[in-house]
Every structure is written in C-alpha cells, then in structure tokens.
Write a protein that binds this ligand. Sequence first.
Ligand SMILES: *[C@@H]1O[C@H](CO)[C@@H](O)[C@H](O)[C@H]1NC(C)=O
Ligand SMILES: *[C@@H]1O[C@H](CO)[C@@H](O)[C@H](O)[C@H]1NC(C)=O
Ligand SMILES: *[C@@H]1O[C@H](CO)[C@@H](O)[C@H](O)[C@H]1NC(C)=O
Ligand SMILES: *[C@@H]1O[C@H](CO)[C@@H](O)[C@H](O)[C@H]1NC(C)=O
Ligand SMILES: *[C@@H]1O[C@H](CO)[C@@H](O)[C@H](O)[C@H]1NC(C)=O
Ligand SMILES: *[C@@H]1O[C@H](CO)[C@@H](O)[C@H](O)[C@H]1NC(C)=O
Ligand SMILES: *[C@@H]1O[C@H](CO)[C@@H](O)[C@H](O)[C@H]1NC(C)=O
Ligand SMILES: *[C@@H]1O[C@H](CO)[C@@H](O)[C@H](O)[C@H]1NC(C)=O
Ligand SMILES: *[C@@H]1O[C@H](CO)[C@@H](O)[C@H](O)[C@H]1NC(C)=O
Length: 785
Amino acid sequence: MSLVFYSLHSMSPAMELLSHLSLLSFFLVSLLLMTPSYAGDEEHRRSYIIHMNKSAIPDPFAAHHSWYEWILSSLPESDGESPTHLYTYNHVMNGFSAVLSSSQLAQLERMPGHIATYPETYGQLHTTRTPHFLGLNRHVGLWPTAHFGDDMIIGIVDTGIWPESESFSDDGMPPVPARWKGACETGTEFNSSNCNRKLIGARSFSKGLKESGLNISTTGDYDSPRDFFGHGTHTSSTAAGSPARNADYFGYAPGTAIGIAPMARVAMYKVLFATDSLVSASTDVLAGMDQAIADGVDLMSLSLGFPEDHFYANPIALGAFAALEKGIFVSCSAGNSGPHAYTIHNGAPWITTVGAGTIDRDYAASVTLGNGSIAPFQGRSIFPESLYTSGSPLYYGHGNTSKETCDSYALDPKDVAGKFVFCSFGDVNSQMDEVSRSGAVGGIFATDSAQFLNPSDFYMPFVAVSLQDGEKVKEYIVTSSPASPATVDITFQLTVLGSKPAPQVADFSSRGPYQISPWILKPDILAPGVNILAAWAPNRGWQPIGNDYLVTDFALVSGTSMSSPHLVGIAALVRAVHPDWSPAAIRSALMTTAYLIDNTHGPILDMITGTSATPLDFGGGHVNPTKAMDPGLVYDIGVQDYLDFLCGLNYTSDQMMVITRKSNYTCTNPSLDLNYPSFMVILNNTNSTTTRFTRVLTNVEEGPAVYRAVVYAPTGMSVVVKPETLKFEGENSRQGFEMRVEIDMAKTDMVRIESDYIGNYGYLSWHEVGGKHVVRSPIVSAYGP
Ligand SMILES: *[C@@H]1O[C@H](CO)[C@@H](O)[C@H](O)[C@H]1NC(C)=O
Ligand SMILES: *[C@@H]1O[C@H](CO)[C@@H](O)[C@H](O)[C@H]1NC(C)=O
Ligand SMILES: *[C@@H]1O[C@H](CO)[C@@H](O)[C@H](O)[C@H]1NC(C)=O
Ligand SMILES: *[C@@H]1O[C@H](CO)[C@@H](O)[C@H](O)[C@H]1NC(C)=O
Ligand SMILES: *[C@@H]1O[C@H](CO)[C@@H](O)[C@H](O)[C@H]1NC(C)=O
Ligand SMILES: *[C@@H]1O[C@H](CO)[C@@H](O)[C@H](O)[C@H]1NC(C)=O
Ligand SMILES: *[C@@H]1O[C@H](CO)[C@@H](O)[C@H](O)[C@H]1NC(C)=O
Ligand SMILES: *[C@@H]1O[C@H](CO)[C@@H](O)[C@H](O)[C@H]1NC(C)=O
Ligand SMILES: *[C@@H]1O[C@H](CO)[C@@H](O)[C@H](O)[C@H]1NC(C)=O
C-alpha cells in the first residue's frame, strides 16, 4: 500500500514535517489521526460505502433514496446510536454511504438488494509559461480554432478555490451555458456572489471526513468551497484560468499567467481538507464526482489518489466509469511515487493517466567572483527577493580537515558573520541548514542535483552552482590572499527561458506498468508538472524566508497534480474543436500525436538517470496540443468495450454490478485487449512470449485516406502487422488490423527504470500515404508485477 502527495513541495510547514517521515509511517500517522479511538469496542462505528441492487427495490418505494432511508431507519440502535446517513449516490454508483456499528452493518448486509460494502478509505493529493511551451499561440492553431475552449465546462475535484484570484475573473466571458445545472454553495467565507461567468459552480463535500473525527476548522480550513491550501486554486487556474497580467513568483517567471483553456468554465468540487494532514474521504470524493456528473461538466480532473485497489473498490475508478458512460473526459494524476516501475496511480483504462515533465524555464542567480577576472556564471536560485550583493566576503572552511566544509556544526558563526559561505560537494539540503544555523549572509553550493531543489529550499540567499563552476569558486578562494580577500557579487531573481534539455520526465513522476491491470500501458501521456506558476490562495504565508513565510497570489509548484490540469485543459480545447469525439477518441488523438524528442533534438530524457526515457515513463510521449487537433486516425473505445475488458478480468457478477450499476450488462467478447492506442506485452516470468492484438482505427478526416504500417522494433522484439495497408473511405470509416508481437528477452537490451530491469519497447506508426498524418503507438514488453 502506498500513499502519495500528488503535488510535491506544496505543503504547509506542518506538512513538510510529515513528508519527511517515510510513506509508511506517514500513513500510520494519518490513520491514527483519523480513526476515532474506540479501541476494543466491538460496536466501533465507521463509515461505509454500501452498493445496492437498484433492480431489487421493493414496490412501495418510489425512489431509491427513500428505500435507503427506510433501510437505515429499520436498523436497531447500537449503544444508543442510530446509523447516520452520509450521501445517497445517483450516478457514480447505486447505493449510499453511512456511519454504522458492526452489528448494524451485519444486519444491513443480510437485507435483500445488498451487493457489496467497502469501508471508508482516505486519499491524498498527489503547478506562465506552459501555454507557450506547449506551442499554443493566440493567432494560429488550437487556441483560436477551439475558441480558447469556449463553452467547455471543466470540473476540478480538489482542495477548493480562491475566487478573488485574477485568474478567475470573468472579463469577456459570455453568459453561463444554459445546460449548466451546477450551483455555488454557501459556507464559511463563501457564498453565491463568489461565482461568476468563469467560476460557474463551487461545492464542498466534507461529511465523510467529519465522521472520521477530523475537525476542519481547527487548522483554519474553510467548511466551504473556499481553498485554504492553494492546490485547487492552482490546478483550476492551470486548466482554465483567465489571463492574469503581471503574475510572478516573487519576481521569477514574470508575465501573464494564463490557463490552457482560458475561455473554458471552472466548477470546483472541494473534497480535500487541511486537517492534521491533507486528506480526503472516499465517501466525499464519490459525492463530489456524483454531483459533477449531475451538474453537467464536460471534463473532469483529479489530482489525488487512493491506495490502489481493484476498480470496484477504488472511488476514483468508479466515479470515472460513470463519467465515461456520460461522455465526460476524465484525467488524473499518475502519482508522485516514481522513479521505480509499477508505481502508477489512477490507471483504470477509462481514465487518462498523466505523468509529469519539466518545462524550458529555470530560475537563476548570476555570480561574479572578485574583480571579474573569471567570467560571471549562473547558478540555480529561487530566492524570493530582488537582491543584488556587491563585494560580499566569501568564506570557505577548507582549513579544517576534521569536518567537511558545511557539515553540521562545521561552521563557526564568528568566522562566517557577514559572509557568503561556499560549500563544496555534499548533501545540499543539510549544507543549507548549516549555513542558515551559522548566521552567514548566504551560501553558494557546488552540486550536481540543483534541478531537484524546490522553491522552498531557497529561504535564504542561496545559489546552487554546477560542480565545474564550484571548482572555479574553490580555486578562486584558495588562491586569494589576506591582502586581496575573496569577494563575490550576486544578482538574484533571474528567469531563464529556453533552458535545455526540456522536457524531461520528472524524477517523482510515477512509472508504469500499472499493478492492477498491467495489460494496458500506463501512464498515457506526459504533460508539464515541474515548477508550474499558477494562482495560489493568499490566505497565509507560503514561501519560507528566514524564519518567516511570504504570502503569494501565484506559486511555483511541482507534481503530477499539475500535469493533470494541463492535460484536461488541452482535452477541453480538442473537445471544443471536435464536440462529437468520445473521451477515448480524444485520448487517442493526444497520445498518437505526442512527441518523443526534446528541445535539443535528442530523445526525451529521464531526469533522474539522464538517459532516454521510455513509454513506461511517458506513455505515448509529451502532449502536443496543436497536433492533437488533427490526428488523422483514432483508436476509439465504447462503453461495451470497457465492459468486455472488465469481463476479461473475471470479475464476479457482484463486482461487475458495483462498477456498471446494472444487472443486465453483457459480456459480448471478454478480452483484455482493449482498442487502446498503445500495446503492452506482459512477460510474466518468461523470457519469451507471443501476444496477438486486434485493433480498429477510425478515420477522423474528411475524405478517403490510405495508411501504411511502419514498425520500429528493437532486437528481441518481432512485430507482424496484417494488413500492412489500410484504406479508409471517408470520415468515420473504420478498418481493423491484427498485430503479433514476439518477444525474446534473451536477445535484447532491457529497459531500465531506475534500477528495475523491466522489458523492451518499440513503435507501430501508421503513415498516411501522400499525406502528413502519422499515428504512432508504443509497443512495450515488461515483466509481470
Ligand atoms: C438484482 O436484482 C434483480 C431483480 O431482483 C435480479 O434479477 C438480479 O439478479 C440482481 N442482481 C444481482 C447482481 O444481484
Ligand atoms: C456574500 O458575502 C458578501 C460578503 O460577505 C456579501 O456582501 C454579499 O451580500 C453576500 N451575498 C449573498 C448572495 O449572500
Ligand atoms: C472544531 O474546532 C473548533 C476550533 O478549535 C471548535 O470551536 C469546535 O468546537 C470544534 N468542533 C468539533 C465538532 O469538535
Ligand atoms: C583579480 O584578482 C586576481 C586574484 O584574486 C588577480 O590575480 C588579478 O590580477 C586581479 N585582476 C585585476 C584586473 O585586478
Ligand atoms: C576543526 O573542527 C573541529 C570540529 O568542529 C573543532 O573541534 C576544531 O577546533 C577545528 N579546528 C580548527 C583548526 O579550526
Ligand atoms: C480469467 O479466466 C480465464 C479462464 O479461467 C483465464 O484463462 C484468464 O487468465 C483469467 N484472467 C485473468 C485476468 O485472471
Ligand atoms: C438494462 O436495463 C435497463 C433498464 O433496466 C435498460 O434501459 C437497458 O437498455 C438494459 N441494457 C441492456 C444491455 O440490456
Ligand atoms: C503470472 O503467472 C502467475 C502464475 O504463473 C499467475 O498467477 C499470474 O496471474 C500471472 N500474472 C499475469 C499478470 O498474467
Ligand atoms: C531470461 O533472460 C535473462 C537475461 O538474458 C537470463 O538471465 C534469465 O536466466 C532468463 N530466464 C529464463 C527463465 O530463461
């Protein structure tokens, strides 16, 4: 079981403390904090999700809600307490949630129509330049063609929203679409006047969390859609924020912050609250998704995850399946549990699972040594103040060999007072602590891991320089003399655009395959998720500086939490151009047109190894919005195909009923071979295997077209495609093909994900004959979980 913050570094000071605990102990801590202490009490009351067979509703009841109420009222009190009803679900499942004692539950489970019970589980959260980086242009391409996402409604299931942010201004927005059924709920510091033509709905779901014994108001969070933490404000403004002029993060990344689909509408469903930690209850998440479906969102994004379990026991997978049946596109964060294999979250095949990549923007300080005889160079810094220091004395504790230069208690406050300390190679974070403790002015750190430092690490005038530049600094200091002591000039707050190589796969981004259904390649795609600038809740200090915290309207945040809203914004644009496309067709267009090459014209790299990333890191590749509008062909998937996939998993009829909410579902062709735009071969402890795939392509261009198969396969993988040429008559015409993939691992170099040797990969591309379209899919083999 693993539990993850889906946004890194986006933690309050208290949360930062928790994040340093191991994931396991954090999980235990959370459970201890969340479980009311009825130790030893047989009648322990807990929250449960109860799935019912709606077809078994007894005659007298007109509506299922009154049936459920009757069931609850018919249960006896236990220890003087009656069951407490939490929610009745109308879309995501048939049933309700309630707080019950174990004897009440046992009785309920014997009643006719009961299908399954799942105890409450708790989920965790897993952030301008990105429109430009993604190639979105005001005048040509996807933005103007999609009218900037006009009329699309994006539901964000998250920590709430800060409605006063400039990113949610409705200047120039047309009236709210008449089909919208949502509402703006009143609660703590929030009422209907906080919504407008941009933020068209805002609701809050906390019953389940409160029942677990958490008191929302003790941490200052709002029992309303208002965002206390900042995360939901960030994800919403990333997906669909209005242009916010003069946005910056303490001088870094200045410019106009703008969402990916700036004319789309936002509806917030708050399900995550800052209590002792930042958690959500499964009953609340189901209620939020249920309401989003009822309100009529077109797309949904979730940047949170629950412990991974089978689809029938995972609230996000359940909610997303119901959404899919209504044609709603659902995108989710892949998780921040990378870089090891099999760390994917939210990998249900009807969800678009999004990994995180870097962008081509970096933050820097410029360093000039002494009298300038050495050319000035740049180091990484995100110190949040416009600071220029000139002629500052430089200190390097190289005289004392008993301690490394900046180890704990190696620096003597008397020696470093008024100086910048130079620290040679070591653990940067602990060196920063030591420089801070010593009372020095600031620090220069020689490191090869500057790219992994977060904004919050720069709470003092710190600069991280490369090892080569570190050697220059060291050389300069040791050759200086008392007569001409070492000094440095530093200019902070520089923003570097076009930094290379970009994108790279972020170190934290979760990697495939997906434990629960390894037969479908996950993640699906990569989108920006490192140091993303977007709106934040200015309600409290955020960026540490010295012993204090600075308040900000815009924050730089990293995580797959940030990549999902980018992807959903792009999906909204594609959907605005192609309103008749299914969620699977939109995903196929995004995946088959994604790119694999970075801005140095080399393969996209894995940030942590510095070597080529693989489809197990990025799925189809890095999202390419403008091409996604015009994919040529798509691999479409309908509801029945997903049912056949579930049938192929050999789920029992009760488990099928939980997901499909019907007893009359049919298995027309049980199969794990979905019509997916990627191919996955699971080796399962053998070195060789042959797998056959069947696929159908749909032409989404006007007019006839001919495509030819082009295979790239490494040694040890042989691929045969039949037929090799597909002729399409016109728009919506479909053609099938079969592909046989033979793997012999003994003959091949295996893909390495961190230290996990896992399989190999190639590509199948359909090239349009005499045309420009290329429809590319990865073919991946991997050992079973
Ligand atoms: C649901 O109830 C209907 C009607 O009573 C019954 O025919 C069906 O078998 C039930 N389904 C399941 C999965 O229990
Ligand atoms: C909402 O709250 C604001 C500020 O408290 C208040 O001025 C306004 O009248 C309220 N609006 C409604 C519809 O209650
Ligand atoms: C929650 O905390 C607030 C502030 O500490 C307190 O006033 C309130 O009574 C608490 N509520 C519950 C239900 O414990
Ligand atoms: C600059 O300083 C270095 C050593 O600190 C010295 O060797 C050099 O002569 C100086 N150059 C000038 C132009 O003062
Ligand atoms: C070197 O560091 C050690 C440990 O901090 C200290 O005890 C010792 O006095 C230092 N020696 C010199 C020469 O500064
Ligand atoms: C489902 O059952 C069939 C028949 O017993 C078996 O061949 C197949 O491997 C099973 N599938 C899974 C995913 O367990
Ligand atoms: C299942 O039953 C519902 C009504 O109970 C009906 O609307 C639906 O068409 C049926 N589906 C199938 C696949 O038979
Ligand atoms: C791998 O094989 C084992 C037994 O050989 C089986 O239990 C397991 O379900 C298989 N896993 C997959 C992913 O096919
Ligand atoms: C699979 O291939 C690897 C690498 O060539 C080899 O070490 C291993 O023994 C092989 N395993 C089997 C079951 O053949």
